[in-house]
Design a protein around this ligand. Structure first.
Ligand code: PXL
Length: 281
């Protein structure tokens, strides 16, 4: 039986009224439904968690590519965060596409006044189609300002190479070196995903003292859209449910493998992953 067998376990109840864990995604919208907040909210729901969101940007896109990106105003992001944090009280949050250096700086300042302990940072830089979702000039802010706020940062090898300035992160040894550097930049935990390049997937988790390797000897050879969002959202959902971090990462590894294997053939371009694989396939 896989690790997500208890997905549909009943939420905790208080006084007969169900009280699910609440998670927050601070991310961009993907009109095509494959990545961004759409993937995050589906993943939260599939993991038995009530999803809330603060949209940072809108993309017009489908399986074939991104045609337009527009930023939300700072006032709008602030109002969304105030509304959600002040009332629904999420117990974990994740960041996805933040778009600009100004948005990163705003969010970091906001988090100073409204700290979120269980914060998953998915350093979204580029879409699956190769369109930049953040200018290179913002990478340093992400590393220097946002990573110190992260309970865990979840780059793929490409993102890890950019964030560390290592040029490339290909081998397991380079993944470990990159994880150490990102820990050194202030992230309290790091998981570097290997899935973008290997047929056999290997992810490396680092907590500052030791490494844990997670592997999946299947799937992930498919080119799909939304896998990074779904992976980080699954970690966030399990943190919201009070899982230990390493258990949340192990769960997310299983969850994303299944979501890739069950990716539906939709559209003419790159298929979206299927975070709802436990519900329909
Ligand atoms: O997969 C990264 C990602 C995150 N967020 C949004 C996106 C994408 C990729 O296209 O569009 C909004």
């Amino acid at each position: 039986m896989s690790a997500y067998f208890d997905l549909f376990e009943k939420p905790k109840t208080s006084g007969g009224v169900s009280a699910p864990a609440v998670a927050l995604t601070i991310a961009g919208s993907d009109s095509g439904g494959g990545a961004g907040i759409q993937a995050d909210l589906k993943t939260f729901a599939a993991c038995g968690v009530f999803g809330t969101s603060a949209l940072t940007l809108l993309t017009a896109q489908n399986t074939q590519g991104v045609t337009l990106v527009e930023m939300a105003s700072e006032a709008m992001v602030r109002a969304q965060l105030d509304a959600v944090l002040g009332d629904l009280k999420p117990s974990a949050a994740k960041t996805g596409a933040l778009g600009t250096e100004a948005m990163i700086s705003f969010l970091v300042e906001y988090l100073e006044d409204h700290p979120i302990e269980s914060l998953v940072v998915d350093p979204v830089m580029i879409s699956k189609h190769g369109e930049p979702l953040m200018p290179e000039s913002a990478f340093a802010s992400l590393r220097e300002k946002l990573l110190p706020r992260a309970l865990i940062v979840t780059p793929n090898r490409f993102e890890a190479a950019h964030l560390t300035g290592m040029g490339e992160v290909e081998s397991l040894a380079e993944m470990k070196e990159a994880a150490k550097r990102l820990f050194g930049a202030g992230a309290r935990h790091v998981v570097i995903k290997g899935g973008h390049f290997d047929r056999i997937v290997r992810d490396v988790f680092y907590d500052g003292s030791g490494f844990v390797e997670f592997g999946a000897d299947r799937v992930d050879s498919k080119r799909v859209h939304g896998s990074g969002c779904t992976f980080s959202a699954a970690i966030c959902a399990r943190l919201a449910r009070q899982d230990a971090l390493v258990d949340a990462v192990a769960f997310a590894r299983e969850f994303i493998s299944e979501a890739i294997e069950k990716a539906p053939r939709l559209g003419e371009g790159i298929s979206p992953v299927n975070p709802m694989h436990g519900v329909w396939r």
